[in-house]
Design a protein around this ligand. Structure first.
Ligand SMILES: Cc1cc2nc3c(=O)[nH]c(=O)nc-3n(C[C@H](O)[C@H](O)[C@H](O)COP(=O)(O)OP(=O)(O)OC[C@H]3O[C@@H](n4cnc5c(N)ncnc54)[C@H](O)[C@@H]3O)c2cc1C
Length: 283
């Protein structure tokens, strides 16, 4: 194998081939999210929940435009290391002139066809570890593509480890039911764990899709406050949060109501984070 090229920070640059790209939001949904599976012959020890840095072709004289994507799935095959990422096609429409601005890396990825080659570096970080003790409770809160690392965790727990004794609760926020990744009509593979006695998933679909999607996430937590609070405070439990930055405000508000005040909740959140029991990946 050739010595790989490196980025300015010294990180090795690898290549991977796209094996498949499948849209996991229905065609009728405004959101396009794709599950993309790549294979590489590089020696990358990527775990579900860690991120890879995609090096999309740069603009304005820059060689690369780099963005992070969470590993949603991983596997070794006879021919190399396979990994999947779940990518939302980002764009912004200017209210004033109606012009559409496309996100560089997400559109580059979503437009790729099987057999195409990408460059990447990493993995970086491995925030959502499976706890060593299967009796601890796990609370996962994901918004949009933030569900991807948690789907991977749920699969690891029930398929690879054979089950879990603690409670596993997954809150998933989306703007509409169609955007409920892995739980919509086109793709419902998370539903296959519903017969597991320790697993429960809660949908949080925004009542006002055009505006404040995270609001519904806060409401779903509030509706299940007794159990959520028990889990947050149960010995060695983990609270894992992934997705859009705005979701933190909705979570904080719901948790502050459970804690009695925002100050009390922030202090507890800091303590949990210091113990590695509150882990967030926000973007
Ligand atoms: C730890 C981490 C993990 C992540 N995991 C995932 C993941 O699993 N899946 C995922 O989909 N994303 C993930 N992200 C987000 C991802 O890294 C990118 O930020 C996202 O895909 C947008 O990148 P982009 O290059 O497409 O958009 P950019 O080119 O960076 O643009 C960002 C936004 O600005 C808008 N924009 C561009 N130009 C203009 C303009 N002139 N005026 C106004 N708006 C404009 C774009 O439409 C886009 O919405 C993660 C981020 C982090 C930090």
């Amino acid at each position: 194998m050739q010595t790989p090229a490196t980025q300015p920070d010294g990180a090795a640059i690898h290549t991977a081939k796209l094996l498949s790209s499948v849209r996991i939001t229905p065609e009728s949904s405004r959101e396009e999210v794709r599950q993309m599976t790549f294979e590489t012959d590089a020696d990358v020890a990527a775990e579900v929940g860690s991120c890879i840095r995609i090096l999309a072709p740069g603009q304005y004289g820059n060689r690369y435009h780099t963005r992070l994507y969470s590993i949603a799935d991983r596997d070794r095959s006879a021919t190399g290391f396979r990994f999947s990422v779940c990518v939302r096609r980002c764009f912004y429409i200017d209210d004033f002139n109606g012009e559409k601005y496309e996100g560089v890396a997400s559109n580059y990825l979503c437009n790729l066809r099987p057999e195409a080659s990408i460059e990447f570096s990493g993995p970086v970080g491995y925030p959502f570890a499976v706890p060593a003790d299967p009796k601890v409770d796990l609370l996962m809160i994901g918004m949009g593509t933030g569900i991807a690392p948690f789907r991977g965790l749920v699969r690891t727990i029930y398929e690879k480890l054979g089950g879990w004794k603690g409670r596993v609760r997954l809150f998933h926020g989306a703007k509409t039911g169609l955007e409920m990744l892995y739980l919509n009509d086109a793709n419902s593979d998370l539903a296959s764990y519903f017969d597991q006695p320790t697993f429960k998933a809660f949908h949080a679909v925004s009542p006002r899709p055009a505006f404040d999607a995270p609001v519904a996430l806060g409401e779903a937590l509030a509706k299940n406050a007794a159990e959520v609070w028990e889990i947050v405070n149960s010995p060695d439990s983990r609270v894992y949060v992934a997705g859009a930055t705005q979701m933190l405000e909705a979570i904080d508000k719901a948790m502050a109501a459970m804690a009695g005040s925002l100050q009390a909740w922030r202090t507890l959140r800091q303590n949990l984070a210091a113990q590695g029991r509150w882990v967030e990946v926000l973007y």
